[in-house]
Design a protein around this ligand. Structure first.
Ligand code: FRU
Length: 514
């Protein structure tokens, strides 16, 4: 039985989707079926397919009463929309179904855990509040029924002093012994963030275990969208802190992302971080979520947008919000590395390679253009005596527009700049990232998909993600160097159905392309 509210959302999205031209949205990145999208939710592998749900308001391209949109894929790139999965239609979630996660039950059904929102009392200063609790829904991969005992975790299940208004975004998983755990974001009395840790024998009956880790005002304030997993022999906590203060080149996004890498004590249910870093150094990146793929890969996706720069797009657009590429994660020497899922290689065709191009001044290269491309650039000094001062690549480029990535080897700063991308808004359009110094040598891989670029620096040691809504006619590339630089460049077109099938590639022993 589906509610009238969900039925109306499903009817609306089906019609609204037809009004959006194919070229008006990204190709292999998931974007909102209609209206508004924020966080990825319920990212999982279920019944032979990847499932990705998302925070969704189908009726308009702005945030409002939250539903869950839904899509499935065999390769994390070809997405097929399914009908909206959840709507705010019960007493426990009448004002919104906020972020959450998914797991398969032993009987083959899929369990969704999400935050139910109900408007709370007005604060003395008149501000509105939301009571947030954790709720469940069970389904078959298309239709989901809300659990009749919702909510399953309330303010009563939080430590003394925690806010009833900031308790959200459960990420659950099943342990090897068949029991369940989840982590939830919460705001303790100090006004910053903490992650709470819960256990359950069956996925339905939950018990507070411990405070996994406290922010104590170090990294922003409230911590949203936590995720917690073991990877390469250490534990990783991903979270999206609100209201971050920049520190050096880290944490410049206001609403930022944080990876803490450290040790988990399962007896005490506590996590001791040893290393911290921003997850992404670009402009548009928030609310990460991971899944464990059947082949053992830990794959992360995020909302390729930031709450601070929403005005990049027009409210009149028929859709807003896209996800990042799914990225394979690894940890090396206490650092989180990211690399595009290897499934992307099958979308490549039309390989163009130049090696040892030494130049200064401006340069264009035959065959290097496009808005759906996979481009790897390697730089090294072109002159043994003098280090070059600056390199820049312009893309999404024509006479009117361009987006730039530039590198200054002296300071080892990589910068993205989209102020000439066609935006008419004076929001933040630049971000700089400090890259470990390697004598002017750097490699970066850029993935463009019409309205975004994701940059993977030096094997994914750092990434920069940004959206741009530049006219698709701007598809040129142009290179600039102050001082002599030597460049290798390799370009592929990326298409969901590559002409003539994917290009044959040489493969190194580690499985990555040369
Ligand atoms: C993060 C977030 C979550 C919340 C959701 C509401 O972007 O604020 O904490 O569940 O968005 O849409």
């Amino acid at each position: 039985m589906i509610s009238d509210i969900l039925r109306e959302a499903r009817r609306h999205e089906e019609l609204a989707e037809q009004q959006i031209p194919a070229l008006g949205r990204p190709s292999f990145h998931l974007s909102s079926r209609a209206g508004w999208m924020n966080d990825p939710n319920g990212f999982s592998f279920y019944r032979g397919e990847y499932h990705l749900f998302y925070q969704y308001y189908p009726y308009e391209a702005k945030w409002n009463s939250m539903h869950w949109g839904h899509a499935v894929s065999h390769d994390l790139l070809h997405w097929r929309y399914l009908p909206a999965a959840l709507a705010p239609d019960t007493l426990a979630d009448k004002d919104g179904c906020y972020s959450g996660s998914a797991v398969e039950l032993p009987d083959g059904r899929q369990l969704l855990m999400y935050t139910g929102v109900v408007e709370g009392p007005r604060q003395p200063d008149g501000t509105r509040t939301e009571i947030q609790t954790q709720c469940l829904a069970v389904g078959d991969g298309v239709n989901y029924e809300k659990y009749d005992q919702n909510p399953v975790l309330t303010h009563a299940d939080t430590p003394e002093g925690s806010s009833p208004y900031d308790f959200r975004d459960p990420k659950l998983w099943r342990e090897a012994d068949g029991t369940y755990r989840c982590v939830v974001g919460s705001r303790p009395a100090d006004g910053s963030g903490q992650i709470l840790y819960y256990s359950s024998p069956d996925g339905f009956h939950w018990r507070f275990e411990s405070v996994l880790v406290e922010n104590r005002g170090r990294y922003g304030l409230m911590w949203e969208c936590p995720d917690f997993f073991e990877l390469d022999g250490v534990h990783v906590l991903l979270t999206s802190p609100q209201d971050m203060l920049p520190s050096g080149f880290e944490y410049h996004n206001g609403n930022g992302t944080l990876a803490l890498i450290g040790d988990f004590d399962p007896e005490r249910g506590t996590f001791t971080p040893r290393h911290d870093q921003a997850v992404d150094y670009g402009i548009d990146f928030y609310a990460t979520q991971t899944l464990l793929a059947p082949d053992g890969r830990r794959i992360m996706i995020a909302w390729m947008q930031n709450w601070d720069t929403l005005s990049i797009a027009s409210l009149k657009a028929p859709w807003f919000g896209q996800m990042t590429l799914p990225r394979e994660l690894s940890v090396r020497d206490g650092r989180l590395y990211q690399w595009p899922v290897r499934e992307l290689d099958a979308l490549r065709s039309g390989r163009v390679v130049y090696r040892d191009v030494t130049f200064e001044g401006a340069l264009t290269l035959e065959g290097i253009r496009g808005r759906q491309v996979d481009v790897t650039i390697t730089l090294r000094p072109g002159d043994e005596e003098h280090l070059y001062q600056k390199f820049a690549v312009w893309f999404c480029q024509n006479d009117a527009y361009h987006v730039a990535i530039s590198f200054r080897p002296g300071e080892s700063i990589l910068k993205i700049d989209r102020k000439f991308s066609g935006s008419r808004r004076a929001i933040i359009h630049q971000r700089r990232c400090a890259v470990p110094k390697r004598n002017g040598e750097i490699t970066f891989r850029m993935i463009l998909d019409r309205y975004s670029v994701e940059v993977f620096v030096n094997q994914g040691e750092q990434t920069l993600s940004a959206t741009m809504y530049t006219d698709l006619a701007a598809d040129g590339f142009k290179f600039f160097a102050t001082g002599k630089v030597t460049m290798d460049i390799e370009k592929y077109d990326l298409d969901l159905d590559p002409a003539g099938g994917p290009t044959e590639q040489e493969v190194r022993a580690d499985g990555r392309d040369l």
